[in-house]
Write a protein that binds this ligand. Structure first.
Ligand code: DGT
Ligand code: CA
Ligand code: CA
Ligand code: ZN
Length: 578
């Protein structure tokens, strides 16, 4: 059982409690638990089994939660979840998967209209009953109709970090069985897309039937979809499908190239081959019947007259022309990062002290971090007013005076209010080292209003970056309406950074928008939006985003040493009005 599987149980408990009108603090406790578990870097089930570490040593996990986790890991079920679910119709939880429908709305639909399933909802919509409920306007109705259609046709995509946990575990398991020479996960996973439809694993082996046998007997397998001597497909608990293909070593590079995709990239690449009177497929690059390349990817690209293209760029967005002209970008790498520019502490909605966050950052050999707790508008997170923020900054000053080899930047995640005003006064913002401005409220405004709010913030003298610019939450919330080009132009003109938030649920900016912003001359800030020390390694996902956008180290301000970083901030060119 992987961390996301455990987390899902707690999320469901929170949903069930909320539908049943439980105390909001109790609901929140389970939500936090789910997040803590989902974001924990090591497999918690292993910890339970090995007993190597007390679960209660994990930040945010107390006695009660530790007991519940142990129950889930050892029995596969949580009695509390069963009890809560038994009180409600079975179809009700399915409704939660429809975009826009959270527990609050599901509760209303159930209580007022006796809606117990997706079918009931469709009927209620057709009868015009839904729009009469409070909080369900015509816009919402349209969204639900679209969602109902979608829930039936689109498959479930998994977040990259969840797929990564599954991929690492299954690859380690297959390797342990022996007889594996090469093994690699191809597909969208290798291209580092932010969500993954299924995993495509390739192996070379002297004994592929044995490898296939082991694969289908993996402990997490829920269903063996197909099994053969060179190809098998399984479905794991939690829904992820995994394909395993065994190929001969002479075709490994060709198979890796083919199954890495994207499909659109492969189509273009095949055309390049055809132009040279060659044939490209998953078995190799052929002149007539003779294979002229296939063992490695590099020799295939080379034989086509192209530089090797990093998988993150293989989306048919012009990378093949660049590879032909030797003009591919030198993509930013995790190793280039010298700091992390968004994280929260237990003073607001994080779990971890300033010192704990800094320690974790030092373990990653960063030079600096920004502590960006929320401003006061985010009441749920006990956001800071000017007084509490300045108190935190004094603590940070003291910490920095200890010269611990890492610098903490005084910062804040500042809410851009519904009116477009900022949540804290200018004199406070002027004292910060770095300010990242974000929108959390009023996201149902028009495109014009939302764009005006963001552009206004980007132009403000004490705002250094716009955080999670589109507001999307993968699989949960669509981006708010925004004239992104207007924002990008404003940022470029004002010297405001755009954040690439690498929190796996956000991945915001999306890669295509980041690439468009680079064309406008924008520079970027990479961050993790960590809510506990263990989240800091999420930086790799921010880097994945940046690489998919074609960014180089120079495009990312926090690849620079501290002094150069400070100099590159918008505030460095402002004179402080006193
Ligand atoms: P996913 O799984 O939806 O996140 O995305 P992918 O890209 O992993 O797609 P998937 O699993 O359907 O296929 C893996 C790769 O195999 C894909 O990226 C390219 C290659 N591939 C699959 N079907 C075709 C095809 O019909 N033509 C070509 N040229 N390549 C294909
Ligand atoms: Ca795939
Ligand atoms: Ca596949
Ligand atoms: Zn935020």
């Amino acid at each position: 059982m992987q961390n996301p599987d455990i987390a899902r149980v707690f999320d469901e408990v929170a949903d069930l409690l909320e539908i049943q009108d439980a105390n909001p603090f109790r609901v929140r406790a389970y939500r936090n638990a789910a997040r803590t578990i989902r974001d924990f870097p090591d497999p918690i089930a292993e910890l339970v089994r090995s007993g190597a570490k007390q679960l209660t040593e994990i930040p945010g996990i107390g006695e009660d939660l530790a007991e519940k986790i142990t129950a889930i890991v050892t029995t596969g079920e949580l009695p509390l979840r069963k009890q809560l679910a038994a009180k409600l119709p079975a179809g009700l939880l399915d409704l939660l998967r429809i975009p826009g429908l959270g527990p609050k709305r599901v509760k209303l639909l159930y209580k007022k209209l006796k809606v117990k399933s997706a079918a009931d909802l469709a009927k209620a919509l057709d009868a015009g009953k839904v729009q009469k409920l409070k909080g369900f306007g015509p816009k919402m109705e349209e969204k639900m109709r679209a969602g109902l259609g979608q829930a039936q046709v689109t498959e479930h995509r998994m977040l990259l970090n969840e797929a990564e946990a599954q991929a690492n575990a299954i690859v380690a398991y297959v390797k342990e069985g022996g007889g594996v020479r090469q093994i690699e996960v191809a597909g969208s996973y290798r291209r580092r897309r932010e969500t993954i439809g299924d995993l495509d694993i390739l192996v070379t082996s002297g004994d592929s039937p044995r490898v296939m046998d082991r694969f289908v007997n993996y402990g997490e397998v829920l269903e063996v979809v197909s099994k053969g001597e060179t190809r098998s497909t399984v479905k794991l608990r939690g829904g992820l499908q995994v394909d395993l293909r065994a190929v001969e070593p002479a075709a490994y590079g060709a198979a890796l190239q083919y199954f890495t995709g994207s499909k659109a990239h492969n189509v273009e690449l095949r055309q390049v081959a055809q132009g040279k009177k060659l044939k490209l497929n998953e078995y190799g690059l052929f002149r007539g019947t003779r294979r002229i390349a296939g063992e490695t990817e590099a020799e295939i690209y080379d034989a086509l007259g192209l530089d090797w293209i990093p998988p993150e760029l293989r989306e048919a967005r012009g990378e093949i022309a660049l590879a032909r002209e030797h003009r591919l970008p030198k993509l930013v790498a995790l190793d280039d990062m010298r700091g992390d520019l968004q994280m929260h502490t237990s003073a607001t909605d994080g779990q971890g002290t300033i010192a704990e966050m800094a320690e974790a950052a030092r373990a990653l050999r960063y030079e600096y971090i920004a502590i960006t707790d929320h401003s006061k508008r985010v009441t749920m997170a006990r956001g800071f007013d000017a007084k509490r923020l300045r108190e935190q900054w004094r603590t940070i000053d003291e910490w920095n005076a200890g010269a611990r080899g890492i610098t903490i930047l005084k910062s804040v995640e500042l809410d851009i209010l519904e009116t477009g005003k900022l949540d804290l006064p200018d004199d406070v913002l002027a004292e910060a080292d770095y300010v990242v401005a974000t929108i959390h409220y009023g996201t149902n405004q028009t495109e014009r209003e939302l764009t005006r709010r963001l552009v206004g913030a980007a132009e403000h003298r004490w705002i250094d970056a716009i955080g999670h610019p589109t507001g999307r939450r993968l699989g949960k919330r669509e981006p708010y309406p925004l004239d992104f080009d207007a924002l990008a132009r404003a940022c470029a003109a004002a010297g405001c950074l755009l954040e690439l938030n690498g929190h796996p649920e956000r991945m915001d900016l999306p890669d295509t928008l980041a690439a468009a912003a680079k064309q406008r001359g924008v520079r970027f800030a990479l961050s993790t939006d960590s809510h506990q020390p263990n989240n800091l390694p999420f930086m790799k996902y921010a880097v994945d985003l940046a690489r998919r956008a074609g960014l180089e180290a120079d495009d990312v301000l926090n690849t620079r040493p501290l002094a150069a970083f400070r100099k590159g901030l918008k505030r460095a060119s402002q004179t402080r009005a006193s």
